[in-house]
Design a protein around this ligand. Sequence first.
Ligand code: NIG
Ligand code: FE
Length: 413
Amino acid sequence: MDYDLLVYNIGELILPKATLTPLKGEEMKQLTVKNNAAFATKGENIVWIGTNEEVSHLHAKEYLDAEQKVVSPGLVDPHTHLVFGGSREKELALKQAGVPYLEILANGGGILSTVEATKQATEEELVKKASFHLERMISYGVTTMEAKSGYGLDTETELKQLRVVKHLNRKYPVSIVSTFLGPHAIPPSQKGKEHEFLQEMIELLDVVKSENLAEYADIFCETGVFTIEQSKHFLLKAKEKGFGMKIHADEIDSLGGTELAVDIGAISADHLVAASDEGIRKLAKSETVAVLLPGTTFYLGKDSYARARKMIDEGVAVSLATDFNPGSCVTENLQLIMSLAALKLKMTVEEIWNAVTVNGAFAIGQGGEAGTLEVGKQASFVVWDVPNYMYIPYHFGVNHAKTVYCRGKKVWE
Ligand code: NIG
Ligand code: FE
């Protein structure tokens, strides 16, 4: 066979386990790293994986010398708020003065200030702005991601955000999984009428479904935002209407969102900084993936992080994401999150690679599609300008990606 591309002279080829379920327990701790490897692509897929010694017999239209560097699957970022208007740098001074995140929100700032800016922006403006951030994510090695709405809190603006995601999915070769997060905050005009607002969001789910604008539904379950009962009601309605379920759970206060996620069969439970022992035990027995967001804990200036060690040791499938958004975590850099996972969550480098590839994919229903390098699967990969796979979390805050391919095409260099 004549290949399209032959990638050879790979110092370390990172091969997360190809599996049908998220990696947990001992499996999450293991990572296969193949030395002196090579692989070939045809069209969008990988068609051969072997050793460098075998390459001399093979022919391809193009060759890529990896120069003994590291190659991994394209990274997966399973939790982002990619589409929004404006920015919130003015809140930095409030944060420095010690005003808590939920207090800024309760005073009409925070998420609500981004809602105003997103309402003001046209669809074209949002496409342009989100493209800028998306291109940066790609440059950092991400080829599959999730993007949430949630800066509209009304029909028109929520749909506008979701249409932007759809547009971006056509514009770029990366895969963006879309999530409806209508109940992200309570609009000031609806204060005291939370039930009516939630009902509006439930009705909006039908429009989202009929226009095929999102696969998942999500809610911010937190003190002063939505209660456990409201979150359960909304998510079960979403499930009935054919959506997968996700939840912003136990981010600041321990309300029991983690337990709820497992009880209703959510695909992921996200944040989990304040998850209870019982929540962790339940997660371990379930297929729900824990999406940990250490960049947010860091950016909110908190000292205690999600208990990743306990989660992994008890058998929870853990993944990592940026949570990229204009308020609680302003970075597109998943490599920085890998460093925080090592330093603050005490995850091993092997666990971190599994978390940003295969488990990230399972957190957004892309398991078996993204996050691995396998014959017959998409040729989405990154050549890293590093000497070995342990180097990325170690050397923090910069971009180590040298070349990024998505479905057989070079998307960044
Ligand atoms: O995941 N926690 C709620 N939502 C986002 C923050 C959104 C914002 O502050 O704009 C989060 O951290
Ligand atoms: Fe979030």
